[in-house]
Ligand binder design. Structure first.
Ligand SMILES: NC(=O)c1ccc[n+]([C@@H]2O[C@H](COP(=O)([O-])OP(=O)(O)OC[C@H]3O[C@@H](n4cnc5c(N)ncnc54)[C@H](O)[C@@H]3O)[C@@H](O)[C@H]2O)c1
Length: 254
């Protein structure tokens, strides 16, 4: 029998799922057999509605949850709702994030706080909330969306790079302290992946050409290519993998 990634019977929560990589990951989790998926985004719009429909078509039960992940109680409310409906949470995908190209001088204190709140604080709050249930279950996987920017210093903004580097450290802390409860904690560090966020980074053709030239595989990645890695890490095939940050960059290492 062919080896396959199976998430059969699992309950997952995915933040920032209406578009981009969060959407691709939620769909991949459903394709891998997830029994139930709670998806979140800033607001319940057509994209989030259509995602709910796609997930149900694939056989997963769904909760669609609106809210800004940086606000108190939003991520924990989403996780509480999933556990209230389905009795457990097996997988938390902390995906929601924002970024834009800006330098130190163009980054206000307000923007710094906003980016760190959405990109980093939400990951801590999700880890704490899901970890509380997973500890009791003796099982769980938390996957955090970092970025190659958190490894290299990046070219988006200081707030973005710092938030993503923070996620990598938080992932290691989580793996070191939650492993004894059967909880694995991992981070993804994608390079340039074709989404709306990347389009907003690549508005300058010269900058875009320079960055594309730095990718050994000569192309951007797709959200599906990231989702494949997330599904593997979420599955029991990766049962001894924890604390790592997986680069998904087409070979770009700097
Ligand atoms: N695209 C890339 O090249 C790239 C590379 C590395 C890491 N990332 C990270 O991947 C994640 C997803 O990015 P993407 O490229 O798919 O972006 P995207 O903009 O296509 O999708 C992000 C989704 O998150 C939602 N979101 C934004 N702020 C939110 C909030 N406060 N609360 C809830 N939802 C919110 C958006 O509405 C959107 O649906 C982000 O954390 C991003 O930093 C992206």
């Amino acid at each position: 029998m062919a080896l396959e990634i199976s998430l059969a019977g699992k309950v997952a929560v995915v933040t920032g799922a209406a578009r981009g990589m969060g959407r691709a990951i939620a769909l991949k989790f459903a394709d891998a057999g997830c029994a139930a998926i709670a998806v979140n985004d800033l607001r319940i719009d057509d994209d989030l509605h259509s995602l709910g429909g796609e997930l149900r078509k694939r056989g997963s039960d769904v909760i669609v949850f609106e809210g800004d992940v940086s606000k108190s109680g939003v991520v924990s409310g989403l996780i509480d709702a999933a556990v209230a409906k389905w009795g457990k949470i097996d997988i938390l995908m902390n995906n929601a994030g924002i970024g834009r190209k800006v330098d130190i001088f163009g980054t206000s204190e307000e923007q710094w706080d906003k980016t760190l709140g959405i990109n980093l604080k939400s990951v801590f709050m999700g880890m704490k909330s899901a970890g509380t249930y997973m500890k009791e279950q003796g099982y769980g996987v938390i996957i955090n969306m970092a970025s190659m920017s958190g490894v290299t210093g990046g070219s988006q903004g200081p707030d973005y790079s710092a938030s993503k580097a923070g996620i990598i450290a938080l992932t290691k802390f989580g793996a070191k302290t939650l492993g004894k409860f059967g909880i694995r904690v991992l981070a993804l560090a994608p390079g340039y992946i074709q989404t709306d966020l990347l389009d907003s980074l690549f508005t300058d053709p010269k900058f875009k050409a320079e960055r594309l030239a730095a990718i050994p595989m000569g192309r951007t990645g797709t959200p599906e290519e990231v989702a494949n890695v997330a599904a593997f890490l979420a599955s029991d095939l990766a049962s001894y993998v924890s604390g790592d940050t997986i680069l998904i960059t087409g070979g770009r290492l700097s």
